[in-house]
Write a protein that binds this ligand. Sequence first.
Ligand code: HEC
Length: 147
Amino acid sequence: MVSFVTRFRYTFRMDKNDKFGYIFTITILLCSVLTSSCAQEVQRSKAPIASPDPIKIVLKTGSDSITAGRTLFMQKCSNCHYINNDEYFAGPSLRGILKNPLLPISKRPATPENIVRQMRHPYTDMPSFVFFSEDDLMNILAFLNSL
Ligand code: HEC
């Protein structure tokens, strides 16, 4: 305690009897602590109460997108997923995937957002397609939506 007071006095270059100096410094310290906690309070109250809705994907329906999606699907997905029957291949069939209420394995809602999520961060054993561009993703979705 003594050494703390000494160091405090040394830091603020104060005389032993300089009561004003002590009061002044302590007031300044208290003020800065108060203002910084107030600032935090303001910041916290500005934070959104609930996270905003994630951006909804609007599915493309143009034949260009569907054709590009089909090509990509044949290269990247067809060696594990059937689309013309409901059989499980190396992964579940994707026939009518966006028409069902739930995705087959994870049982998440069958939304474009959740299919993008599956391609980026697969549920379990599927390889990730995190390198797909936005266009690739939109085209694959357009194709899956056409099945
Ligand atoms: C190497 C095999 C393989 C490839 C390639 C593959 N998948 Fe999969 N897929 C799987 C497996 C296995 C599952 C089961 C869930 C899991 O393991 O994540 C699956 C599940 C899925 C599901 C359902 C996920 C759920 O939540 O139920 C979708 C949708 C899907 N794949 C889409 C695709 C698309 C689109 C492509 C091509 C870009 C693709 N997959 C490529 C193996 C594969």
